[in-house]
Design a protein around this ligand. Structure first.
Ligand SMILES: Cc1cc2nc3c(=O)[nH]c(=O)nc-3n(C[C@H](O)[C@H](O)[C@H](O)COP(=O)(O)O)c2cc1C
Length: 179
């Protein structure tokens, strides 16, 4: 039997994305899964519109994204919050892929995270995604928000506060059990 594979990404196109850092850290807490980290910059496409769709069809990068989802057993996604909602980079991919067959997430289990510089830790976009993804074939296992990233996270160590770290460890273990 092959290894259980988990797809990990930050829903942002920032080179130093704090959400990518959090998602990768959560992936490192998996006990026995193989992790693939993707970068949304590799899936940059024209801004979705129905007219573009008619003139150019579904871009190859949307197919690539869908293939990445299909070829993994579950996903860890950390949502960047821009003006209370999805980053444009993520929303564009989401829109294109949703035009393929509706089930963007292929009924895979998802551990959904968010972080931001602020005290709410991306709580708004986390809620939006947690409410929406089930309609696109996403099975949300758990959600987790890390507030004030720059005081609560160190690149070399991860989450600093013991209680918050334990909370994420428990959620990752729970997610892994459901893959
Ligand atoms: C256009 C823009 C809008 C933002 N809006 C919010 C917001 O609504 N809530 C929030 O907590 N942070 C907001 N921020 C700050 C982001 O949380 C911060 O840039 C964070 O680093 C984004 O995640 P990323 O590093 O993974 O891209 C915003 C940043 C930008 C550039």
């Amino acid at each position: 039997m092959g290894k259980i594979k988990v797809l990990v990404f930050g829903a942002s196109s920032s080179i130093h994305s704090i959400n990518k850092q959090l998602a990768v850290f959560a992936g490192s807490l998996l006990d026995k899964c193989e992790v693939t980290v993707i970068d949304l910059n590799d899936f940059e496409m024209p801004i979705f519109s129905v007219d573009k769709e008619e003139s150019i069809g579904i871009p190859e990068k949307a197919h690539n994204f869908k293939e990445a989802v299909k070829s993994h057993n579950g996903l860890i996604i950390s949502m960047a919050e821009h003006n209370g909602a999805y980053s444009a980079a993520f929303k564009n991919i989401f829109d294109w892929v949703s035009r393929m067959d509706g089930t963007v997430w292929e009924n895979k289990p998802i551990l959904l995270l968010a972080t931001s510089e602020g005290k709410r830790g991306g709580a708004s976009v986390l809620q939006i995604a947690a409410n929406r993804f089930p309609f696109n074939g996403g099975k949300i296992i758990n959600t987790f928000s890390l507030p004030s990233f720059y005081t609560n996270f160190e690149p070399s160590k991860g989450i600093i506060e013991a209680e918050k770290l334990q909370e994420l460890k428990n959620l990752v273990a729970d997610f892994e059990n459901q893959l």
